[in-house]
Design a protein around this ligand. Sequence first.
Ligand SMILES: [Zn+2]
Length: 150
Amino acid sequence: MESLKKPHDTLRCIGLKIAPPRLRVLERLSQGQHLSAEDIYREMYQTDRDIGMATIYRVLNQFEAAGLALKHNFDNGPAVYELNRGGHHDHMVDVETGAIVEFESKAIEALQHDIASQLGYVLEDRLLVLYVRRPSASASHPQDSNRTLP
Ligand SMILES: [Zn+2]
């Protein structure tokens, strides 16, 4: 997916007409978090009392169908969406706070290819979610942070 500096162009590029709800959902997703339809609805409702949940779901489904957004169904909450920025990353979900942490690990990527290969397959896609808990109370709870590991 290309740079999203021009939301109008992005929508046109995927064949969707420019409409205020689409632009606003796109702008919100562009901020780089994992958001549920309700998260987006609650924010948009602050400034647009006419917006409805059905509209938000419709826009998110259109974005997902066009490959503009990715939908995740983590175990502990509602489906969340993020902008598809290309490339691949995995997620950790803090089972206590619900915080979603993105990470990339070359070692895990290589291992997944190796496992598929050893069993006679070529890796087509992969989905890895780690459900985690901090060992003890900690002041630091990263929200939607991104970590690159070896
Ligand atoms: Zn993510």
